[in-house]
Design a protein around this ligand. Structure first.
Ligand code: ADP
Length: 288
């Protein structure tokens, strides 16, 4: 099972080039698509989900031509969009049942079993009689996964799924995705580096519609080994360091800036060498 994207391009009517010859090969497992807001992630996700047309390029899921065989693709697709509209005052159980009807699960008994199994799977069975509109962010996202799993999808797309979740909810959501990702392709689009770090065996970084990196998170970090330097400075010093060095990140630690710079050689000035983490990879890619 493999999703092969070749030279995909899209320019919107307002002239924004959202995808610029994007080529990616996405294997089974969890795949992270990491990029800042506006990078083109949603455009790519919606194009793979057959919700919009590219200007050029191709997408193949094994032998299936995604852009031509839309109907076939939709049968094997589970999609959790960024904005998941919910119907007010409809219980989780009823809404999921309704969605299963729409996805073609026509046998009533079979459908009931499926709905219950999915609610169990995402740990919402106890709350099945409650309106989805009353759910917390994390519960809604888990409900979103339940609906995306109807029909045993081979390809699952989740667009910015952890936005607005608290740490506990995020963890539960991670665990659920990791379990699902063992047997199918799961593409997770996010601007949160931790999402990819914790979950994904393969990843791409996209920025301004272009693929800047494509590979494992480990290889990306190994590429920067010995090139990341760290220093704790004071707030007053920050402006000077920002001017004189190529800062790739600034974190506040106990109220004081901890800066990372990328440099082939020791920048001196009291910087210490540190191992690169995925955040360094991300910021060094998108800032150059
Ligand atoms: P991301 O999901 O990474 O935040 P998007 O794919 O939503 O990125 O957007 C990529 C770029 O395309 C942005 O500059 C955005 O403003 C622009 N864009 C997205 N959708 C449209 C649209 N329907 N019409 C015009 N521009 C759009």
């Amino acid at each position: 099972m493999e999703l092969v994207i070749k030279d995909l391009s899209k320019t919107y009517a307002n002239g924004v080039k959202a995808l610029d010859e994007v080529s990616l090969t996405i294997p089974k497992g969890m795949y992270g698509l990491l990029g800042p807001n506006g990078a083109g992630k949603s455009t790519l996700m919606r194009t793979i989900a057959t919700l919009q047309e590219p200007d050029a390029g191709s997408i193949m899921l094994n032998d299936l031509d995604v852009l031509k065989q839309k109907h076939e693709l939709r049968k094997v697709l589970g999609y959790l969009p960024q904005e998941f509209g919910v119907y007010p005052r409809v219980s989780a159980q009823d809404l999921l049942n309704h969605m299963a009807v729409l996805k073609g699960v026509t046998n009533g008994g079979e459908r009931k079993e499926l709905v219950n199994a999915l609610l169990e799977r995402v740990n919402l069975y106890e709350q099945r009689k409650k309106a989805v509109s009353s759910f917390s962010g994390g519960m809604r996202q888990r409900f979103g996964i339940a609906q995306a799993l109807i029909g045993n999808p081979q390809l699952i797309i989740v667009d910015e799924p952890t936005a607005g979740l608290d740490p506990g909810e995020r963890n539960r959501f991670y665990n659920l995705l990791a379990e699902i990702g063992e047997n199918v392709i799961v593409i997770l689009s996010t601007h949160i580096v931790d999402d990819v770090k914790e979950l994904c065996s393969n990843m791409a970084i996209i920025h301004h519609g272009k693929v800047l990196y494509n590979g494992t998170p480990q290889a990306a970090m190994a590429n920067l080994e010995g090139k990341i330097w760290e220093k704790q400075i004071t707030k007053a010093e920050w402006e000077r360091y920002d001017r004189e060095f190529q800062l790739i990140s600034t974190k506040l630690v106990a109220g004081q800036p901890l800066i990372h710079v990328s440099s082939e050689t020791d920048p001196g000035d009291g910087f210490a060498s540190v191992s690169a983490d995925l955040e360094d990879v991300f910021f060094s890619q998108v800032m150059h």
